[in-house]
Design a protein around this ligand. Structure first.
Ligand SMILES: [Zn+2]
Length: 476
């Protein structure tokens, strides 16, 4: 049974690779920011529709979020796609820094590949379901704004991931593996303070400074730092601080990001920060409005799914590179210093990482080594990981030591090495989804593990019910 299903899925992706690469390159060219990825979302959803998928567009109040389904009944296996880009990492398809637009937008996190890996997998699975009359449903989740709006957290809040049995996604990376690391939960919140203007020298007694409130709040939070858990992170910027010094500012605004390893730790720190903000208004006789931007959970790993994707990586094996592709990667590698490569390898905590110092592209398939570790970033994949067994695996797309969110990532994500990683990852995802469909015992094992990890803990959306996705965030 397995061979009858797996081999044709790999063949389908291989046969259609030129179309998949073309779509990935188009999204790379579009390079659209979160929640306004209109062309990218349309390209992916139209492609799915043209292959017979049933589309629901504009889900969870986001015009660029969608769900495409094919098949009938259980199990329901999900694949997730991201397609948002980043500011400041615009880059031509060249191995030296050369922006298309200075300071412009680019796919510095490789999300042009992220979405198309899932597309190739969903389509391959669809054809196998159709040809072989398999039961089960494949669901493609078009997830906007991973970088800036936590699209998946809104989709989870609105029930878009209810009833799915397992979820896979792929992120470009520098290694091939299914990470078991957790990630930090966070809250992103803006504090708007309102006071009264007056002549700062002539009639200061009549003024009530909103900027004072912002500053006093920051002072309070900086004292709070000594009384939070070790791995918590609190960052802020002052977005608005007044117009000119001789006018007492009647409006000022700060933007906070609060992170900690577990969701309830963020909640506790956040409730203390709210008290500090209130305190600042008392001290300054100003008024406060709190604008909740977004929030995510910490990520739950799943070892069963990690093992599944790693085994399929081994079966499919590494791609062959052309001389030009290898030349391109060498030129990129020359711009990464030994120190920064060592540091980025050390950070992975991979056993014997020093042995990779001379490796350009890592095509080994290690078993995940990082259970119990916590990444110091945050991701909205985490919220999905509380709904069903979830695995976002990475594949070797970028030269080892490539920093991340960098023009080097943009360059590699739109050229040969990125293309090869995309096709490889799509095959891994297609075969892994089919394994979950045709092997009920495997899916049960992943679900049992999920139940074990969530036992005694309840997911409550960290997004207040009245909060809405920040659709206009780029206009502010
Ligand atoms: Zn990313």
């Amino acid at each position: 049974m397995s061979e009858k299903v797996i081999t044709p899925a790999v063949e389908w992706v291989e046969k259609n690779k030129h179309r998949l690469i073309e779509i990935s390159d188009k999204i790379w060219d579009y390079a659209e920011l979160g929640l306004i990825e209109h062309k990218s979302a349309k390209l992916l959803s139209d492609e799915l529709e043209s292959h017979g998928f049933k589309l629901e567009r504009g889900v969870a109040g986001m015009p660029t979020a969608f769900v495409a389904s094919y098949g009938a009944g259980n199990p329901i296996i999900g694949v997730m796609a991201e397609y948002d880009a980043l500011i400041g990492v615009s880059q031509k398809k060249l191995p030296n820094k050369s922006p298309v637009t200075e300071g412009g937008i680019g796919h510095g996190c490789g999300h042009n590949i992220h979405g198309v890996t899932a597309l190739g997998a969903a389509l391959a699975v669809k054809y196998i379901i159709q040809q072989q009359g398999l039961g089960g449903t494949i669901k493609f989740y078009g997830c906007p704004a991973e970088e800036s709006g936590s699209g998946k957290a809104w989709m989870v809040r609105d029930g878009v991931f209810n009833n799915v049995d397992a979820v896979l996604s792929h992120h470009p990376g520098t290694m091939n593996y299914g990470s078991l690391k957790s990630s930090l939960a966070n809250n992103s919140v803006k504090f708007h303070f309102y006071g009264k203007t007056s002549h700062a020298a002539g009639s200061p007694e009549q003024g009530r400074s909103a900027l004072d409130a912002v500053e006093l709040m920051n002072v309070g939070v900086n004292f709070l730092r000594e009384h939070v858990v070790q791995d918590a992170r609190i960052h802020y910027v002052i977005e608005a601080g007044g117009g000119q010094p001789n006018v007492v500012p009647d409006y000022a605004r700060s933007w906070y990001l609060i992170r900690a390893p577990e969701r309830d730790q963020v909640d506790q720190i956040y409730s203390r920060i709210l008290k500090i903000a209130e305190g600042a208004t008392l001290m300054t006789e100003t008024r406060l409005e709190v604008e909740f931007i977004k929030a995510v959970y910490n990520k739950l790993p799943n070892k069963t799914l990690s093992t599944l994707v790693t085994e399929n990586m081994k079966k499919i094996g590494p791609p062959n590179y052309s001389v030009e592709e290898l030349e391109f990667t060498k030129k990129i590698a020359e711009q990464i210093t030994t120190e920064s490569k060592r540091e980025s390898l050390r950070k992975t905590k991979r056993p014997n990482y020093e042995s990779l110092m001379d490796t350009l592209l890592d095509w080994s398939f290690p078993d995940a080594w990082d259970e119990g570790e916590v990444s110091h970033g945050s991701t909205d994949v985490s919220d999905v990981s509380w709904m069903a067994p979830t695995m976002e695996f990475s594949t070797s797309t970028w030269v080892l030591g490539t920093p991340g969110h960098h023009w080097m990532n943009t360059a590699q994500s739109g050229t040969g090495v990125g293309h090869k990683s995309l096709i490889f990852a799509s095959k891994v995802m297609a075969t892994s989804v089919l394994d979950l469909i045709i092997k009920p015992e495997l899916l049960k094992k992943a679900i049992d593990e999920f139940m074990q990890r969530t036992r005694g803990k309840k997911y409550t959306s960290p997004l207040p019910p009245e909060a809405k996705p920040p659709l206009d965030m780029w206009n502010k």
